[in-house]
Design a protein around this ligand. Structure first.
Ligand SMILES: CC(C)(COP(=O)(O)OP(=O)(O)OC[C@H]1O[C@@H](n2cnc3c(N)ncnc32)[C@H](O)[C@@H]1OP(=O)(O)O)[C@@H](O)C(=O)NCCC(=O)NCCS
Length: 184
């Protein structure tokens, strides 16, 4: 049912504080059980905060989408233009940098609705491929990405605080057949 109630909108700089709070909380919920408090604290401090998210929301190379279920913020995604690992194919790839759904809204279709909107936004930016990097131990996310058409393409390191981890790199091609009004 949740997918019918879920709406996705482009975030604006006015969303910086809410996005910082959502980003920090969903990252902690997802990864604190399997990482040390020190590594988590270092990573959170360097990645989330109203000023950091304000800069991201003003960065023309970043697209941020917010999923709202009823009146609640239920998740967010961020696309980022930049460089990609050699294992990613396509001539115009874009990175799915962050993709997070609130724990209470997981397993209810919010992620699928947010992914559809995110892929539309990537198409609207002219990308022909979306790639992402996901912790090798994050089985649920990898299953979700496979369900969403992403294939494993290789690996790259990820630094969490002082811990050097291994991410799987996944990618999927985009068919340039649909648009997402209001994103481009
Ligand atoms: C990754 C995420 C967006 C997926 O959304 P979701 O609503 O949980 O997705 P789904 O419920 O469809 O689960 C995806 C698949 O994972 C598998 N799965 C479900 N629970 C699982 C679990 N506890 N462990 C491993 N796999 C699991 C299932 O195969 C499921 O597909 P199915 O329902 O068709 O069988 C969401 O779980 C999330 O935000 N997680 C925390 C943040 C995160 O890891 N983000 C990605 C960072 S790269």
């Amino acid at each position: 049912m949740a997918e019918r109630l879920t709406t996705v909108r482009l975030a604006s700089p006015a969303d910086a504080a809410a996005l910082a709070e959502l980003g920090s909380r969903t990252f902690r919920d997802a990864f604190e059980a399997e990482n040390t408090p020190e590594d988590m604290a270092l990573y959170l401090a360097s990645s989330y905060g109203p000023e950091l998210q304000s800069a991201e929301l003003r960065n023309a190379a970043v697209v941020t989408l917010l999923a709202e279920a009823g009146s609640e913020l239920a998740g967010y995604s961020q696309l980022r233009e930049g460089s990609e690992p050699a294992c990613v194919g396509g001539s115009r790839p874009i990175e799915l940098w962050r993709f997070y759904v609130e724990r209470a809204w997981q397993g209810q279709g919010v992620a699928q609705t947010l992914m559809e909107a995110t892929l539309e936004a990537a198409r609207a930016r002219g990308a022909d491929t979306v790639w992402l990097s996901v912790w090798e131990r994050n089985q649920r996310a990898q299953a979700f990405y496979r369900k969403s058409g992403f294939l494993d393409r290789g690996e790259q390191p990820f630094i969490l605080g002082h811990d050097r981890q291994t991410d799987r790199v996944m990618a999927r091609p985009l068919a340039a057949d649909r648009r997402f009004p209001g994103i481009d």
